[in-house]
Design a protein around this ligand. Structure first.
Ligand code: GLU
Length: 467
């Protein structure tokens, strides 16, 4: 059997981490089994769906690298097909027009609540023959009344629901537009989806969808319902827990692989392995190893993973992402050191690309002022003398490379009878504007001779103006 999975977001907001994890698991399952992964935009709720959300979802998928083999399909392009299926269900006697008014239904609901019964449609119009001319009606699916539906869930095991628990669900609204459960069923059937992998907030829909599929004589897909993602406080993950939009994680300086690695471990495990390349995820992924219960989002762990990825990924890859962040800061990376070298110099100390970009700006653009504390501590009387001598020595260097520069700093400290810090720190503040930078030889060789000399001169002038 050739496997087909789908990710079917409703474009009513950004791509959030819950959706991204559903997409990832569906993608992994398809990739693992040589199958196809499709993207379907469920945009039939015309009031809540926006083009902006569609764009945000597509952007998120691209950034994560979850490429789809088919789609994006848009449900709004399938309205004729849904109409046809609704008509088929009516013709078969598996659906009926319901004329109950809103008031009637509200009253029914109130009565059921008062009797402590589960609110459900009572099937009043089930045996009417319609349609009645001129009267507004919804169309309901005639759910079987006997027996049970068993979802052989690949994660949670068999879930058994009695048909009498399921009322006759509306499949077309008064205006004729189809509802969610109908459109999903038709598309899953038409697109030959073999595995429906989605959040367990859809578990209540599944038996209803299975009944409709059965009425249509369609083969049932396999189902796998993923447990929820919770915030650290145990409540369902939402905006109030901080970043939940995938693109926010990009903006905050995360690598897509780190987020994917984090998401794959959120609810799935393979022994006690924490770090998985994409290939390893594909190789080891199995729905049987997905947790049954919800897992909590842990930003600290994501940050740790991100740092691991920054340190251990190909620096050229990290540099491509860093370049985007430099652009966000208004920096043109071609106006300074090669970004690949920058990544190598900075990766130990920066856990996010936002930190790395901020810590790299001075290599590309003169800083406006010195860090106050660092200047106070290091630009003391006499430091101008140290800087002036460094300026002379550096001017004479013909081959600008780290080891030579380092040696000059060491020798000067010795000659002047100073600790290394008394030379290296004023130099660092002079060229970086602050007391934090990669090792001084790395910093200077990345910065280049011209910028180094100009900045030392600027610091000499600064110190002399203080006195
Ligand atoms: N469109 C639904 C949602 O965004 C998902 C439908 C499905 O996976 O069956 O929640």
């Amino acid at each position: 059997m050739s496997i087909k999975t789908r990710f079917a977001p409703s474009p009513t907001g950004y791509l959030h981490v819950g959706g991204a994890r559903t997409a990832l698991f569906s993608w992994l399952y398809a990739r693992k089994h040589g199958g196809k992964f499709i993207l379907r935009i469920e945009d039939t709720d015309l009031e809540r769906s926006t083009q902006e959300s569609v764009d945000a979802i597509l952007e998120g998928m691209t950034w994560l690298g979850l490429e789809y083999d088919e789609g994006p399909f848009y449900q709004t392009h399938h309205f004729d097909r849904y109409k046809g299926i609704i008509q088929q269900l009516l013709d078969q006697g598996d659906a009926y027009y319901c004329y109950c008014s809103k008031e009637e239904l509200e009253q029914l609901r109130a009565e059921q609540m008062a009797n402590k019964e589960k609110p459900r449609y009572n099937g009043k119009c089930r045996n009417l023959v319609g349609p009645k001319d001129g009267r507004e009606a919804v169309i309901r699916f005639k759910n079987p009344v006997d027996d049970v539906v068993t979802i052989p869930d690949l994660i949670k095991g068999d879930i058994v629901v009695a048909n009498k628990e399921l009322d006759d669900l509306i499949i077309a609204r008064v205006d004729g537009t189809p509802t969610y459960n109908l459109t999903v069923v038709v598309d899953d059937m038409d697109m030959k989806v073999t595995h429906v992998i989605r959040g367990d907030d859809h578990i209540n829909n599944t038996p209803r969808q299975m009944n409709i599929l059965k009425a249509l004589g369609a083969e049932l897909p396999k189902y796998a319902h993923l447990p929820m993602i919770l915030g650290p406080d145990g409540a369902r993950l939402s905006k109030r827990h901080g970043a939940v939009s995938v693109m926010q994680f990009r903006d905050d300086g995360y690598l897509p692989e780190a987020l994917l690695n984090y998401l794959v471990r959120l609810g799935w495990s393979h022994g006690d392995q924490e770090i998985f390349s994409i290939d390893e995820m594909v190789e080891h992924f199995a729905l049987e190893n997905v947790n049954v219960s919800a897992s909590a989002f842990n930003t600290e762990k994501l940050l740790w993973l991100n740092h691991q990825y920054i340190m251990n990924s190909d620096p050229a890859h990290v540099a491509r992402h860093l370049s985007w962040h430099m652009g966000e800061l208004g920096i043109d990376p071609s106006e300074g050191p090669n970004l690949v070298d920058m990544v190598k110099a900075q990766r130990e100390r920066c856990k996010t690309l936002v930190e790395m970009a901020a810590a790299s700006v001075y290599f590309y653009k003169d800083f406006e002022s010195y860090d106050e504390k660092a200047a106070k501590k290091n630009f003391t009387p006499g430091s101008d003398e140290v800087l002036a001598r460094l300026h002379d020595e550096f001017t004479a260097v013909t081959e600008w490379q780290g080891e030579t520069l380092h040696q000059i700093v060491v020798n000067l400290a010795e000659t002047m009878g100073l600790g290394l810090g008394k030379v290296a720190q004023p130099l660092r503040v002079a060229v970086c504007g602050s007391a934090v930078s990669p090792a001084i030889d790395v910093t200077l060789s990345l910065l280049g001779k011209e910028k180094t000399l100009a900045r030392i001169q600027r610091a000499i002038n600064y110190v002399r103006n203080l006195n």
